[in-house]
Design a protein around this ligand. Structure first.
Ligand SMILES: [Zn+2]
Length: 95
């Protein structure tokens, strides 16, 4: 496999945790789920997995009732809403 070009993006204002140099940190993707943060000054490297960032929630939320799904007898869906904001009307928004 030939060496492929990986587009690097500088992270504005990012400080390298090793050499403390600012604006010397680049980020590039190495796989579907992993990015690397690299300092071009001292060579510090850190891999960041996308699931650490939790941009997308995994569809395996077994502990919570899904939207549109009737809660089980022992579960209280209204209680979950009222914890977040007791004064808000429980609105259902499908997205
Ligand atoms: Zn550095």
């Amino acid at each position: 496999m030939a060496t492929e070009f990986k587009p690097r993006r500088f992270i504005a204002g990012a400080v390298c945790p090793k050499c403390a140099e600012m604006d010397k940190t680049v980020m590039y993707r190495v796989s579907e789920v992993e990015q690397v943060r690299e300092c071009i000054r001292c060579g510090f490297k850190e891999s960041i997995r996308d699931d650490d960032v939790a941009v997308n929630e995994p569809p395996t939320r077994v502990n919570q009732p899904r939207a549109g799904e009737a809660p089980l007898a022992h579960e209280d869906e209204v209680r979950v809403v009222s914890i977040l904001d007791p004064k808000a009307k429980p609105e259902r928004r499908d997205h």
